[in-house]
Design a protein around this ligand. Structure first.
Ligand code: ATP
Length: 358
């Protein structure tokens, strides 16, 4: 077990003007499951590869258990990597693939056999130990790749999108299994994904990157409830948060339009603001009621019925002058609410549930 420290770790690829990872400062606690998330090209894999020793560090340093490993060869770092492609040897059986990771490491043969059997038991691979990857399903290959990392009993697991080759259903069940397994083994884990749902459901903490720069690191709840900027607010949460442009005035109110004012939790911001409202932050108020200042009149453009709930894509009526970056708002409705496309709705904004960004 070990802590991991990125100390202003930077990677600039030769010929590139901008750093792919720019002065990353991050501390991963002993036994923690940290997820690194962000859009394509933000520097997730490069960060992970620097930790694993597969990518040189241009400046700054990386420590494992307090020891500077910046110049240490990958194989001497005691880090086990699980790749998106699984990178299994096709000519070896599942058992051989797992055992291979321990050959030439000085681990005795009997101990290798014991560890492979133990990993196979944990991952329910006992019946597949003699099978080659070509004759396994994607989920089974994924488990062998995990097994290969487990048998090494490393200080740190590095996982780079290990679920992205699985179908949607298997991804959901496997993410739970990996999170449980990590908790049981207690091995410090850095896990990369572009999928915010995966990040939110698996991570003890989540680190959001954008253009090589750390935006925020915190628990899933902290990121959801207190994102530091509109990027994090927009990236975390599905469906995405709604943004409204407005002006904040003294006394904790945002004027969105002459007809719409939203009461703010944050009382100390004045001037132009972007107000973020989650899809669950609205109620339908009965048609015909007199419009209050925290109400918004909209037209339903599209409905997404998911069974347990429905999402309505709505546009504010033009005459209200409400500016919505992106054109529409997404509103979560209870499945019992009978709503049709093209219907007009009056929505009340839940007071003081907003996020406000200056
Ligand atoms: P994805 O989710 O698409 O895998 P990522 O967040 O993992 O993306 P990285 O692979 O870390 O992103 O890449 C970060 C940036 O570095 C990108 O702009 C990418 O184009 C650039 N990059 C990555 N590898 C190299 C390389 N070998 N040479 C030059 N530039 C690279």
């Amino acid at each position: 077990m070990a802590t991991v420290t990125f100390d202003r770790a930077t990677r600039t690829f030769p010929g590139s003007e901008r750093a792919a990872v720019d002065a990353l400062e991050l501390e991963v606690a002993d036994g923690e499951f940290l997820v690194v998330v962000g859009p394509s090209g933000c520097g997730k894999s490069t960060s992970l590869r620097m930790l694993a020793g597969l990518e040189p560090v241009t400046s700054g340093s990386i420590r494992i258990d307090g020891q500077d490993v910046t110049e240490t060869r990958a194989r001497d770092r005691d880090v086990a990597m699980v790749f998106q492609s699984y990178a299994l040897y096709p000519n070896m059986t599942a058992g051989e693939n797992m055992a291979f990771a321990l050959r030439n490491t000085g681990v005795a043969r009997a101990e290798i056999t014991r560890r492979v059997a133990e990993a196979a038991r944990i991952l329910q691979l006992e019946d597949l130990l003699d099978r080659r990857p070509a004759r396994m399903s994607g989920g089974q290959r994924q488990r062998v790749a995990m097994g290969r990392a487990i048998v090494r009993q490393p200080k740190v697991f590095c996982m780079d999108e290990p679920l992205s080759n699985l179908d949607a259903k298997l991804r959901v069940s496997t993410r739970g299994q990996i999170a449980d397994l990590q908790e049981r083994l207690g091995i410090t884990t850095v896990y990369v994904t572009h999928d915010q749902t995966e990040a939110m459901t698996m991570g003890d903490r989540v680190c959001v990157l954008r253009d090589g720069l750390l935006q925020q690191v915190g628990t899933p709840t902290e990121l959801y409830e207190n994102p530091v900027n509109t990027f994090v607010a927009g990236f975390i949460g599905s469906p995405a948060i709604n943004f409204l442009d407005g002006v904040s005035v003294h006394g904790g109110e945002a004027l969105i339009a002459p007809t719409l004012r939203i009461r703010l939790r944050t009382k100390d911001i004045t001037g132009p603001v972007t107000v973020g409202l989650r899809p669950e932050g609205f109620d339908i108020v009965s048609a015909g009621s007199r419009g209050a200042q925290d109400e918004l009149e909209v037209t339903v453009q599209r409905l997404e019925r998911l069974g347990s709930e429905t999402y309505a894509f709505v546009t504010p009526i033009v005459s209200d002058g409400v500016t919505v970056p992106g054109g529409h708002l997404i509103v979560r409705l209870d499945k019992r609410q009978q709503v049709q496309v093209e219907q007009r709705l009056r929505l009340r904004v839940h007071p003081e549930e907003e996020l406000v960004f200056d």
